[in-house]
Design a protein around this ligand. Structure first.
Ligand code: TXA
Ligand code: MG
Length: 345
C-alpha cells in the first residue's frame, strides 16, 4: 500500500485534508493525524473492523486498549458513564484541562466495541486541542480511537516523517501539520472518591498535565510500573519496556555509572549539554543530542525528546547513553519514558 502524506499548513490545505481524512474514516479506513502530544493512528471508535486495522498496522497486541478521542463533554457522555460519586471531580478536571493532554479512564458505555478497550469495562478518553484533529472529529461526527502512530513498543512519532518511518506502506494516509507542540503523550488518570472533598487521582501515565497541576484538584497517587508479563495492566503503556529504540539505551544516575567497552561507539542524549553536569565531556561521543541547551527547560526538553531519541537511534552508535533529567513537572514524564526505553523487553 502506498502511504500518502497530505500537508495541512494553509487554511485551504487544512480544509481539503480534513475532508479527505473524514471520508477515509467514515469508510472504515485508518489515517495518521497530528495531536498536540504525538501523532495518532485514527479510526472511527464505533467501527470494530476499522479499530482492528489499527491493531494490525501497529502490530499491537490485542490486550492493549486504545484511547478514544472526543470533541467535548457531550461526546464523552456517548462513550463513558460517569459515576455520580466522582462526577464533580471529573467535571473539575475537564473544565481545567480539556481540550488538552489529559486522558481520563472511566466506565465504558456499551456503544464502544470491546476491541477498543481490550475487553476492559473502562475506556480511556481524551479531548485533543489540536485544531486539525478537532476539525476531523467534527467532520466525522463521532469519537475517534487513536493510539500513538508507531509500531508497538517503539518510539512515539512527533512529526509526519517519524510516522512515515514507523508505518510507511502499512497505512493509506498521514495528515502533516508539522511538529507536535507538547512532544510527550497525554497524562492518564483514574479518579476515585476519597470520602474527603478532594478525590484520589491515580496517575497511570505521567505526561504534560503534571503532578503539580493535578495536585490542586485531588490527592495524586502514583502507581508502581506493572511488569511486562502482566496480562491486563491498568495502563499497558506502563509495560516496563516501551518507547524503545532499536539501539540499546542506558539511563545513567550519575556520570561514574558509565563504563565504556573498548571498540564500541556511544551516542549521548544530554539534558542541557552543560560540562559542569559531568556527562557531556566525559567521552568522545559518536553523536550528541541536547534536549534543552543552556539552562535547561523541561517543556523544551519534552518537545525534543522523541525526536532526539529517534535521531540517535539512527546514528549508527552501538549504544545510547542518557543523562537523567530533574523529576519535576514534565521531567517526571521524560524520566518515565527514559526508564522504559532502557528496560529489556
Ligand atoms: O497523547 C496521547 O495520549 C496519544 C495521542 C495520539 O492521543 N495517544 C496515546 O495512545 O499515547 P497509546 O495507545 O500509545 O497509549 C495509550 C495508553 C496505553 O498504554 C493503553 O494501554 C492505555 O492508554 N489505556 C487505554 N485504555 C485504557 C483503559 N481502559 N484503562 C487503562 N489504560 C488504558
Ligand atoms: Mg503509544
Amino acid at each position: 500500500m502506498e502511504t500518502v502524506i497530505l500537508e495541512a499548513g494553509s487554511p485551504e490545505q487544512i480544509r481539503s485534508a480534513v475532508t479527505r481524512a473524514g471520508r477515509f474514516l467514515n469508510r472504515g479506513q485508518v489515517v495518521a493525524l497530528p495531536t498536540e502530544t504525538v501523532y495518532g493512528l485514527a479510526a472511527c471508535a464505533f467501527n470494530p473492523t476499522a479499530c482492528a486495522t489499527v491493531f494490525e498496522a501497529k502490530q499491537r497486541p490485542e490486550f492493549d486498549p486504545l484511547i478514544v478521542h472526543v470533541k467535548d463533554k457531550a461526546m464523552l457522555e456517548k462513550v463513558a458513564d460517569i459515576p455520580p460519586e466522582i462526577a464533580d471531580a471529573v467535571n473539575r478536571l475537564i473544565n481545567e484541562f480539556w481540550p488538552g493532554p489529559l486522558t481520563l479512564v472511566l466506565p465504558k458505555k456499551p456503544a464502544i466495541p470491546d476491541i477498543v478497550t481490550a475487553g476492559l469495562d473502562t475506556v480511556a478518553v481524551r479531548c485533543s486541542k489540536h485544531p486539525v484533529f478537532r476539525a476531523v472529529i467534527e467532520e466525522v461526527g463521532a469519537p475517534i480511537a487513536a493510539p500513538s502512530a508507531n509500531r508497538f513498543g517503539r518510539i512515539s512519532p512527533t512529526s509526519s516523517s517519524a510516522v512515515m518511518s514507523e508505518l510507511s506502506g502499512r497505512i493509506p494516509m498521514i495528515i502533516d501539520s508539522g511538529a507536535c507542540s507538547e512532544g510527550m503523550e497525554s497524562t492518564i488518570v483514574r479518579v476515585e472518591q476519597s470520602g474527603k472533598p478532594k478525590p484520589f487521582i491515580h496517575l497511570l501515565r505521567p505526561g504534560p498535565v503534571t503532578v503539580e497541576m493535578l495536585k490542586k484538584l485531588g490527592k495524586v497517587i502514583t502507581t508502581e510500573p506493572l511488569s511486562p508479563s502482566s496480562e491486563k495492566p491498568e495502563a499497558p503503556g506502563q509495560l516496563s519496556s516501551h518507547y524503545a529504540p532499536r539501539t540499546p539505551l542506558q539511563l545513567l544516575e550519575k556520570p561514574s555509572d558509565f563504563r565504556p567497552q573498548d571498540g564500541l561507539s556511544y551516542a549521548m542524549l544530554s539534558y542541557r549539554g552543560q560540562p559542569k553536569d559531568g556527562y557531556i565531556d566525559m567521552h568522545p561521543w559518536h553523536e550528541v543530542e541536547i534536549l534543552s541547551p543552556g539552562s535547561g527547560k523541561l517543556p523544551e526538553a519534552a518537545v525534543r525528546f522523541f525526536f532526539a531519541l529517534r535521531k540517535l537511534d539512527q546514528c549508527g552508535a552501538d549504544a545510547i547513553i542518557a543523562e537523567p533529567v530533574p523529576e519535576r513537572g514534565i521531567g517526571l514524564a521524560i524520566q518515565d519514558r527514559l526508564r522504559r526505553a532502557s528496560a529489556k523487553p
